[in-house]
Design a protein around this ligand. Structure first.
Ligand SMILES: *Cc1c(COP(=O)(O)O)cnc(C)c1O
Length: 497
């Protein structure tokens, strides 16, 4: 299987090259030139398999360069030996006959990013062995608004030949997220706070990536730069697996018959997670609707409803920060499929977005979009209310991101009458966002920092993930902060002066 850019450069490359390069030279994202398919017979076979084998099989369909043994090695290292707290890895939780939550936060950092970032380092190292003629070391640079940074640090920690440096906005992450990062173990990691907001941090990292002089200096030191964000194919492909796995679990427990269609509702930011669901549909997973849930930054709802993508709008900081995004990068990959793989058309949308901040898709593309996707958004007030109601009525504790999806799912049902069995994708442990969840439950407290975890636990009787409890005694290794224009020298210093 070969990969090509979404923007019209028709050079076809192998998966290992797509994974090491990240972004195509023409600025596009790498996509598979065609899609494999999974028969219902094969799905039935997967029903009896554990998560790691289901995952290795699905990844193998797209990564045929890697052997089955190799991929099974990667997924068993990622999912069976790294402290996933549920042996099901990605278990379903039923709140009523028609509604299940897919819990993707049992990994080491308690957010769904672990599902991909525990596997991706293995894919990257192995891809490098195939493509890296000079035998260089890799420096992974990450700008994070919280969840990605910690998941990447855990995934790449103490992997030989790799160094990882994470930049986060000094005042832009939750207390738990900050402690998680500053107390990170490992000899190959660096963590630095940057003055300003997430955009400032991200701009700083982008500047490092586009600095040719710096690239030359790093090259001389035997390093080349790589990124771990969700535009990399190596991060996307492991995510397809948990949709297939959830389906298998529903068949296994007799909730559905094989072949029966279900819905997924996904709390969406950069469009990586829901794109993986769309790819699952493309390879033949029986899916009726994909419901795209946004918070108050509802640019995607507007797009799916009207066909106009317009980022000229107010940006809101919400209690579901991982979804505070106005440009959803991975949408480009969907546009490519909906435009019959016409890179020139996608390229024109993207230059229009870069120029005027907006593009409009024609009626046939919009119809294709609406055929598969529904959408909705959830206000801050409704996010709180949904956390409180779900706790009150179902004794099930959800985080702020999951609450957005839960509300959008309820609205979708009300508006359409569609009562297809639906899976709400749950993307973070509620204990990662204690301040907001306690506030939603009406609990007042003077406590701050990691102690909030105990307050939430005592109030609900729900126990917190052990790794988060450990933060109460964690010693920060990284302190202080720098200015945006000091990021380059900080990166150089990190790599040995
Ligand atoms: C990253 C993240 C999201 C958004 O996922 P995308 O793939 O960017 O759409 C939602 N919830 C949580 C908790 C996240 O960390």
């Amino acid at each position: 299987m070969l990969y090509q850019s979404t923007r019209g450069d028709n050079t076809k490359i192998k998966a290992s090259e797509a994974i090491t390069r990240g972004l195509s030279k023409d600025g596009g994202l790498y996509v598979p030139e065609s899609f494999p398919s999974v028969s219902l017979e094969k799905l039935s076979e997967l029903v009896t398999k554990p998560y790691s084998e289901r995952s290795a099989y699905i990844m193998g369909l797209f990564l045929d360069e890697f052997s089955e043994t190799q991929l099974n090695g990667f997924t068993s290292a990622a999912y069976n030996e790294t402290g996933f707290t549920s042996s099901d890895i990605a278990p379903l939780y039923e709140i009523n006959k028609n509604t299940h939550f897919l819990e993707l936060w049992h990994g080491p950092t308690s957010a769904f990013k672990d599902m991909a970032l525990q596997v991706m380092p293995h894919l990257l190292v192995s891809s490098l062995q195939r493509t890296n003629a000079k035998n260089q070391n890799v420096c992974v640079l990450v700008a994070t608004s919280g969840d990605t940074g910690k998941a990447a640090l855990e995934g790449f920690c103490d992997i030989s030949g790799i160094k990882i440096m994470v930049f986060y906005p000094k005042d832009g992450v939750s207390e738990v997220q900050k402690l998680q990062m500053t107390s990170q173990r490992g000899d190959n990691v660096g963590v630095t706070a940057v003055e300003g907001n997430f955009d400032d941090t991200q701009t700083g990292v982008k500047e490092i990536f586009s600095d040719k002089e710096l690239a030359k200096k790093l090259d001389d030191k035997g390093f080349f730069l790589s990124s771990a964000n969700s535009i990399n194919w190596g991060r996307l492909v492991p995510q397809i697996a948990y949709y297939v796995s959830a389906y298998c679990d529903l068949v296994k427990s007799g909730k559905i018959k094989i072949g029966e269609k279900i819905n997924f509702c996904v709390p969406t930011g950069n469009f990586g997670n829901i794109l993986a669901a769309y790819y699952a549909l493309k390879i033949g997973l029986p899916i009726n609707k994909l419901i795209c849930a946004s918070n108050r930054n509802d640019v995607l709802t507007q797009f799916i409803t009207t066909g106009a993508y317009d980022k000229n709008r107010a940006f809101y900081t919400t209690m579901s920060p991982s979804m505070d995004i106005l440009v959803s990068s991975n949408l480009e990959r969907l546009l490519y499929e909906l435009s019959d793989k016409d890179g020139a058309v996608v390229s024109s949308y993207m230059s229009s977005l870069a120029g005027s901040g907006r593009y409009d898709v024609p009626a046939p593309v919009l119809r294709g979009l609406q055929n598969m996707f529904a959408s909705g958004y959830c206000s801050e007030e409704d996010t709180k209310k949904t956390i409180a109601d779900t706790w009150e009525n179902d004794k099930y504790l959800i985080d702020t991101h999951t609450a957005v999806a839960c509300k959008v799912m309820q609205d979708y049902r009300k508006n359409t009458g569609d009562d297809t069995l639906s899976v709400i994708v749950s993307t973070a442990s509620p204990f990662k966002f204690c301040e907001s969840v306690l506030d939603a439950l009406g609990v007042k407290t003077d406590v701050s920092g990691a102690k909030l975890i105990d307050v939430l636990s005592e109030h609900t009787g729900v126990s917190a993930p052990a790794r988060l409890l450990g933060l109460k005694t964690a010693k920060p290794r990284f302190s202080g902060f720098i200015k945006q224009d000091e990021m380059k020298s900080a990166a150089l210093e990190f790599l040995g002066g």
